[in-house]
Design a protein around this ligand. Structure first.
Ligand code: CA
Length: 237
């Protein structure tokens, strides 16, 4: 057995999806651990301490959200929710409870794998490192100097306002994680997400995207999921 394989716990009660995803993970070089219920997931989680969890919500014994809560009580282990529940409210609730990302069924294997890679990669950008003197963040052509509060693309400085910088720094520290509007607003302005503050966030984000040279409809560095939030994207999609 290769020791350095990432261990991914897949919690899914539907055997065809479970087999499909497990095979996909194994062929991509990950070790897939399997659980068919919340209680089985707890046992596997505690025995193997996986590097990442892919979590279905509709499980036979309890709602998958219970397992999410259970893990988040003491661990930042990344969690990707994989669910047929596709409303904005479902996504926002799971993300605000601490899920790193949310993929809705039906899904494409390529998309799920991209999210897995993105979340695993983002876990290597430790936010602690960013706060240390000399802390830098690099993602493709984007570079952030946290000390100087400067942002560069291909070596050229992008002039941002304080608020725009704070948003970019926050997203970079959570690179790969889908951040809900309310999580961003709380971190940047300290308030709760009302219509006014969401508008303010969207205006700032539009300015950032313009300054970053994003063309309309192009994902660039930041993905916007309408009604849900923003994610700095570690993967080219
Ligand atoms: Ca299910």
């Amino acid at each position: 057995m290769i020791k350095n394989k990432y261990k991914i716990l897949l919690v899914e009660d539907e055997s065809n999806i479970r087999n499909l995803v497990a095979t996909m993970l194994e062929t991509s070089g990950y070790q897939a651990l399997i659980a068919e219920s919340c209680s089985a997931a707890k046992t596997v989680y505690n025995s193997y301490l996986p590097d990442l969890i892919i979590l279905d919500l509709g499980l036979p014994d309890m709602d998958g959200m219970h397992f999410l809560e259970y893990v988040r009580r003491d661990s930042p282990t990344p969690i990707i929710v994989l669910s047929a529940r596709s409303t904005e409210k479902d996504k926002v609730t799971a993300l605000d409870m601490g899920a790193n990302d949310y993929v809705t069924k039906p899904f494409s294997s390529a998309e799920l794998l991209a999210r897995v890679r993105s979340v695993l990669r983002s876990n290597r950008y430790s936010s602690v490192e960013g706060r240390l003197p000399g802390g830098r963040f690099t993602l493709r052509d984007l570079e952030i100097d946290y000390d100087a509060r400067q942002v560069f693309i291909s070596g050229a400085e992008i002039k941002l306002t304080q608020t725009e910088y704070n948003i970019i720094a926050l997203l970079s520290e959570n690179c790969g994680k889908m951040m809900t509007y309310s999580a961003i607003i709380k971190a940047i302005w300290g308030g709760c997400a009302q219509d006014g503050s969401i508008k303010k966030l969207q205006v700032n984000m539009a300015n950032i995207r313009k300054k970053f040279g994003a063309k309309l409809g192009e994902s660039n560095y930041i993905i916007n999921e309408l009604g849900v939030g923003y994610r700095m994207n570690a993967e080219r999609e």
